[in-house]
Design a protein around this ligand. Structure first.
Ligand SMILES: [Zn+2]
Ligand SMILES: [Zn+2]
Length: 263
């Protein structure tokens, strides 16, 4: 499997991805908003885009479908429950479906509600696994839930699906928010050494060359995976005095999400 991450350079800080078969050069474009950039990247690599995948229905992930489809005749795939809202979807996806790209690439569809209720993450079971996670999981952060999502569902997705993936899984989100998210981590857990170290690098990064984290790293730097951390809980209790001595993990997650919304 060949992967190219494409930095949009737009104000929303979108990342697009091309996932290609090394034998046939067929490629899948993930959330190709700035579709011309995707087309240029594919041409440079000698790939042909035959499929488009929208992780979810928001316009900053689907807005390039029409242009890219017109240019390539690619087939569009998205969560079956989001298809009517996206329009022009050729294949509706459900949990466990496999997307094949060329002869060698197989991507498993995870049904990951929370940011919206119809969100797909793609998991590549490659030697080092890769997760294309749209707006569900960001590097050092979690998607918001105020445009059709639900924080309890996002919590379930984090705990029952994402946290169980192999630690070596590379995390390829839909936006570049690393420095801002690390600042939130350090606001909640000021002494986190991994977050401190990575923030220094992230502030100097060209976003096009931003760090690709692994799930193992996320568990060290991402507040939304650190729901049992005593510092995080103590500081949360300072913000929400009604929280009680031993809040359950779901409550910690939802309150962190609430704080992040206004942070
Ligand atoms: Zn979104
Ligand atoms: Zn987005």
């Amino acid at each position: 499997m060949l992967t190219e991450r494409i930095w949009s350079g737009n104000s929303l800080r979108n990342f697009h991805y091309l996932i290609a078969c090394p034998e046939t050069g067929e490629a899948l474009a993930v959330d190709p908003l700035e579709w011309r950039l995707c087309l240029d990247a594919a041409r440079r690599r000698g790939w042909s885009i035959t499929q488009i995948l929208n992780t979810h229905e928001h316009g900053d992930h689907t807005g390039g479908n029409a242009g890219l489809k017109a240019a390539t005749h690619a087939q569009v795939a998205a969560h079956a429950g989001a298809a009517s809202r996206i329009g022009g979807v050729d294949r509706g996806l459900a949990r466990g479906d496999i997307i094949k790209v060329g002869r060698t690439v197989e991507l498993e569809c995870l049904d990951t509600p929370g940011h919206t209720l119809t969100h797909i993450c793609l998991l590549a079971h490659t030697e080092q696994p890769a997760l294309f996670c749209g707006d569900t999981l960001f590097n050092a952060g979690a998607g918001n839930c105020h445009n059709g999502g639900h924080p309890h569902k996002l919590y379930d997705t984090f705990v029952t699906q994402l946290a169980r993936l192999p630690e070596a899984t590379r995390v390829f989100p839909g936006h570049e928010y690393l420095a801002r998210n690390l600042e939130f981590t350090l606001d909640r857990e000021p002494g986190n050494p991994d977050a401190q170290r990575l923030l220094e690098a992230a502030r100097q990064h060209d976003p096009a060359a931003a760090t690709v984290t692994t799930l193992g790293e996320e568990k060290r730097i991402n507040t939304f995976f650190r729901l049992q951390n005593p510092t995080i809980i103590a500081r949360l209790r300072a913000a929400f005095p009604d929280l009680g001595e031993h809040p359950d993990a779901a409550t910690v997650f939802v309150k962190l999400r609430e704080l992040r919304n206004r942070w």
